[in-house]
Design a protein around this ligand. Structure first.
Ligand code: NAD
Ligand code: ZN
Length: 243
């Protein structure tokens, strides 16, 4: 593993035939998206573990929706940052094939990324608790939104504690991991499974890994290049080395 060799990272990206990216909460830090962990995570003395669960929603759907509505309002105020924008540019240039994100803030899509696999869902996505309805909202929820198909309750289409990931999305993720010859890992602590193991699958198949983070993580020892820094600075610098 080499540290802070941005030229080496640029070579990996240039030489790749099928580059994918995995992003986490760190890429949205510079957009001021709250982390909903620690101090940021508190809302009226509840923490995320008490609200982001199927049991919480079954017991008190209005309370859970109030919290989501508040979060939607906060995220509506945030804007994509240069790191999100560089990933859009690389997709448009054909360099980046797929973007896998753990973020639920929807900022990759707002920035313009098209080929995004949101493994933990999206704060603006809705699904019915009773039927197969799925949809998107464009404004913070006012109360519990009713299902347009069956009038039952809609819930946020995000993965809650104790729930498994969407099997269809995970299937697509594994298809991409098995095509990739390089993976750029940005702003994830690599602690949450299964996402933490995605880069290892690429590596095992002989692919190259580039990590961008303001700290070292459990992945740092296995990546080919680790770039220490803020995503919003490092990605534009990398981009300037690609032409
Ligand atoms: P995490 O909070 O565990 O780790 C964030 C990582 O980003 C850390 O390693 C940190 O050092 C790094 N980082 C911080 N600022 C950075 C910057 N400016 N540039 C580059 N790196 C930076 O996040 P995770 O690994 O995504 O796991 C968190 C879980 O919580 C996920 O399940 C995710 O769904 C959820 N979550 C989502 C959001 C969001 O949608 N924006 C925010 C918080 C948490
Ligand atoms: Zn329904």
């Amino acid at each position: 593993m080499v540290k802070n060799h941005i030229q080496a990272a640029a070579e990996i990206i240039k030489e790749s035939k099928y580059l994918i990216a995995l992003t986490g909460a760190g890429i949205s830090k510079e957009s001021n998206v709250p982390t909903f962990r620690g101090e940021d995570g508190l809302w009226r003395n509840y923490n995320a573990m008490e609200l982001a669960t199927p049991a919480a929603f079954a017991n008190n759907p209005s309370l859970v929706w109030e919290w989501y509505s508040w979060r939607q309002g906060l995220i509506a105020e945030c804007e994509p940052n240069p790191a999100h924008n560089i990933l859009v540019k690389w997709e448009e240039k054909g360099i980046l094939k797929t973007l896998i994100t753990q973020n639920v803030d929807g900022l990759h899509r707002r920035a313009g990324s098209q080929n995004v696999l949101e493994v933990h869902g999206n704060l603006w996505a809705l699904k019915c608790v009773s039927c197969n309805y799925v949809g998107m909202s464009n404004a913070p929820a006012l109360g519990i939104p009713p299902c347009p198909q069956c009038a039952s309750h809609l819930r946020p289409d995000v993965v809650w504690f104790g729930e498994s990931l969407d099997a269809g999305i995970i299937d697509q993720v594994y298809i991409e991991l098995n095509k990739a010859d390089a993976c750029l890992v940005v702003g994830t602590s690599a602690l949450v499974q299964p996402s933490a193991s995605f880069p290892l699958i690429v590596k095992k198949r002989g692919g190259q890994l580039v990590e961008v983070n303001v700290e070292e993580t459990s992945l740092t020892d296995v990546v080919d290049v680790h770039l220490l820094g803020m995503a919003g600075n490092v990605l534009p610098s990398l981009d300037s080395l690609l032409d």
